[in-house]
Design a protein around this ligand. Sequence first.
Ligand code: ATP
Length: 508
Amino acid sequence: MPAETMEELVSLCKRRGFIFPGSDIYGGLQGTYDYGPLGVELKNNLKAAWWRAMVYERDDMEGLDASILTHRLVLFYSGHEATFSDPLVDNRVSKKRYRLDHLLKEQKPEVLAALSQAMGLHENNNLAALVSRLLAEPEKAALAMNTCRVIDPADGAPGDWTPPRPFNMMFKTQIGPVADEDSYGYLRPETAQGIFVNFKNVLDATARRLPFGVAQIGKAFRNEITPRNFIFRVREFEQMEIEYFVKPGTDEEWHERWLETRLKWWEAQGIPREQIRVLDVPKEDLSHYSKRTFDLMYNYPTLGFEEIEGIANRSDYDLGSHTRGQAELGIQARVLENHDSTAKLAVQDPETKQWFVPFVIEPSAGVDRGVLAVLAEAYNKEKLENGEERIVLKLKPHLAPIKVAVIPLAKNKEEITSYARRLKAELQALGFGRVLYEDTGNIGKAYRRHDEVGTPFCITVDYDTIGKSQDGSTTLQDTVTVRDRDTMQQERVPVKELAQYLQERLRR
Ligand SMILES: Nc1ncnc2c1ncn2[C@@H]1O[C@H](COP(=O)(O)OP(=O)(O)OP(=O)(O)O)[C@@H](O)[C@H]1O
């Protein structure tokens, strides 16, 4: 059974060195987290699994690693400067700041009904419509929120609310030594734009034909109004994004295909289908670039179903926004007139010779939200036969931070420790991931610790291994005990068969 509460995960992550709060020794920096010794392994393994499946195992993908610092014109023409904002509202009494839609979600139905009525809306349960109406008439909205007694979730008391306003979430930053008006840029709010502005470069370098995709994993930054829920909503996070370029008219079919591909991939990471709901995002909630979006909503402990990945049909909006010569390209999306771009981001139909802007399907997954989901799903609390309880992370072996722990049974017996060290080095050289030489604590404690961090196999080197069995026999020489994390079964395996034994089981 997966984790029941977020607290269980937060506590395990801190205790075992997966994830720590950012800038912790100075009181923390809200919305930032640091990945510790095991967290970095898990996160790298998740990213590697994505890259393997989305790039190496397909024949229609290329990779990219674009810079994080981004020219302001990229984010001007992409529409982010004008529209990448969340609705913000302050409570003058508590001095707390909220994202308006999050605040409304915390209100009782009768408060929402009164507010909708006060704003002249006929439906009571259309949150998106209510938010946009409140933003459209901010002064009236503040009055209505105050008379309808909208509660501040921090103290449960009605707030004294300011007029709501859009808050741009991009981190603006000075670039270079001269602090004039034009020398600023942004930390990218999504990795996607780096792919769009490199479209022609990739095309020229690879001679790809439609349909094909470009994949990228990297950091993105958003000045979230209220970062919360551990690594679920943070200000610095990582995305695994694909921009898949297709011929207009085939976009809807490709959108459905990518939905299926991505659900399968999450399943292979240990997240069963029934734990993910697909939300066909209502029109009024769509981002400025989207023709249609499927949100994959994972059932997070404590939070319930929340977005882990968005799969958007971005139409020809992005390439159309960034291309030069817009007028001749028959762009379907509504885009800003571009006077600055130097590249034609379009392709030529091989038959008609007509130039056109491809449509884009974008599966965009959060690495951090992925790590959280994988941890939640793997977390198990088990009652043992002796009445004790064990916590075990049943991670898929390819995601486990440590694949194998090699444990010498006696820490002060040189023959045993040197055998174990040699074995560790040999297994490490096989290249299936991290192998740990483990000589802290007694063997029972080592097993518990490795259960908790998801190590699939513990290997013990003992007196039998070095040919010094108590009964004087040498039949078990050069064999070791291999303990399976999930079944807790132990078997004796000849050392010369270990490589194959582990490789077969770690691949699963
Ligand atoms: N603040 C964040 N912290 C962690 N991951 C994030 C954050 N914002 C977005 N992501 C991840 O990036 C993915 C794609 O970004 P997208 O712009 O679709 O998110 P979003 O719809 O703005 O998310 P939300 O509605 O939860 O704010 C999301 O599915 C999520 O996994």
